[in-house]
Design a binder for this molecule. Structure first.
Ligand code: SF4
Ligand code: SF4
Length: 448
């Protein structure tokens, strides 16, 4: 684990700083918002309304501009070429074969490409898998847990469940030995089942790399989210404390048995923060601005979550992408993440790990009434506070050149010691765990 994986499919992995950054992480959407599924919580489907009458297919001149400018805009030798949607596989294989040829034509000596694609997996077949294998793709699959949890909100255009089709795609990837990770949205249906979700992904799917993305779906007057407006959320959204409990429960299992063999993006990012490094996960970074989203027609937006008219930077057919990424509006967008933090965040003990999370979720008021607090604050505060001790242990191990996996032995010894002390404590005495509660209301409570 914390030697630290660089796998990342969604989210900008690096921190904005220089006017012309050496690298950035563009997310291209060759079908725009078009998808073969109709997931209830998908924030992107409504973006179709931004391009009325469009065929929603990236044309050859945009593809050429995207890849050529992406490569030209990198002074680093490592370039990530990332595809997302909508559903990018709707473009068909010939589009992606052409994209590979364009990339090869622009490759500079010594340059390495990392090809990534985020897909719902339902359209994959052997031909797709052979293509992924040939080009070393990292494939991100969206799955929300076992069938009864996944199918609650992820269905097709006919309202039919999609779990079986996603699992079919996953097994194909595994049969072809293709690198994949899973992206799980945490919503009101699966949020109260953290261990069921985690164990399913780990043991049944066989995934060793997971992302958990909270669903925070703001409601507008039309009942569906097109713009970042509205201060209420849909019933599909996860609650703040609920999300904190979800992460905490999974962390407690992971840190006791899976360190070094299962990579959970949020935990990796946290470990980096405890080490004083950049978390490499944009939502926890101090600033944004290196993760632009490219629409099918060449329009470039500040971020996947801000594909809205006022966050459009320009069109890459008119202005080179690197200029748009380094432009004043993009820098202002990126720095606003830090500069707009409410005082409640600036004085928060876990600011170093949370950084106020994503600006798209900052639509509630702090206890002192200042606007701009993150909707998920209560959950993050609980989670980051809870993991402080094990993260300090992990950071200490790594600083001493020890493997992070040793944290599991340390915690096992501590757990055994606590169990011994609990056995020797009366029900009405203070719990030895230090909670301040009586034992009968703490570690011997039947609810625990
Ligand atoms: S707006 Fe949110 S998702 Fe976009 S780059 Fe910033 S933190 Fe990341
Ligand atoms: S936990 Fe809450 S107060 Fe602390 S930085 Fe995050 S959003 Fe701000």
């Amino acid at each position: 684990m914390v030697a630290l994986s660089t796998q990342a499919i969604s989210g900008a992995p690096v921190t904005a700083s220089a006017a012309r950054p050496p690298a950035f992480h563009a997310l291209a959407k060759p079908t725009g918002a078009i998808c073969n599924l109709d997931c209830a919580y998908c924030f992107f489907l409504a973006k179709e309304q931004l391009y009325p009458g469009s065929k929603f297919r990236m044309a050859d001149d945009v593809l050429e501009a995207y890849i050529g400018q992406l490569i030209a805009g990198h002074s680093a030798d490592h370039v990530t070429i990332a595809w997302q949607g909508g559903e990018p596989t709707l473009m068909g294989l010939d589009f992606f074969r052409h994209a590979m040829a364009v990339a090869e034509r622009h490759r500079r000596p010594g340059m390495r490409f990392e090809h990534t694609i985020q897909t719902n997996g339902t359209l994959l077949n052997d031909e797709w898998c052979a293509f992924f294998k040939e080009h070393g793709f990292l494939v991100g699959i969206s799955i929300d847990g076992p069938a009864e949890l996944h199918d609650r909100y992820r269905y097709d255009k006919g309202g039919k469940p999609t779990f079986d089709k996603v699992m079919r795609g996953l097994r194909l990837l595994q049969n072809h030995s293709i690198d994949f990770n899973v992206l799980t949205t945490v919503n009101s249906a699966n949020a109260d089942h953290p261990l069921e979700v985690y164990r399913f992904l780990r043991d049944e799917v066989g995934s060793d790399w997971m992302q958990f993305i909270p669903v925070v779906e703001r409601i507008n007057a039309d009942g569906r989210a097109l713009l970042q407006e509205g201060d209420t959320v849909s019933e599909r959204s996860v609650g703040a404390e609920q999300f904190g409990r979800f992460l905490t429960a999974i962390f407690d299992e992971w840190v006791r048995r899976d360190v070094g063999r299962v990579f959970v993006q949020t935990f990796e990012a946290a470990a980096r923060s405890w080490l004083g490094l950049s978390p490499r996960m944009c939502v926890f970074d101090k600033t944004c601005g290196l993760g632009p989203a490219l629409e099918h027609n060449g329009d470039l937006y500040t971020c996947d979550h801000f594909v809205e008219p006022k966050y459009k930077l320009g069109n890459i057919k008119d202005t080179p992408m690197i200029e748009l990424v380094a432009s004043a509006p993009m820098r202002a967008f990126g720095q606003a993440k830090r500069d707009a933090l409410p005082r409640y965040c600036r004085e928060c003990p876990v600011l170093f790990a949370c950084n106020g999370e994503c600006p798209k979720n900052r639509f509630i008021s702090a206890p002192d009434g200042e606007p701009g607090l993150n909707y998920l604050c209560a959950g993050y505060k609980q989670f980051f506070t809870h993991i402080d001790r094990p993260m300090q242990l992990i950071a200490g191990l790594l600083r001493r050149g020890r493997p992070a996996t040793e944290v599991m032995e340390i915690l096992a010894r501590e757990d055994a010691d606590l169990a011994r002390r609990i056995a020797a404590t009366g029900r009405n005495q203070p719990c030895p765990c230090g909670s301040g509660r009586k034992l009968k209301h703490c570690h011997s409570s039947p609810r625990r």
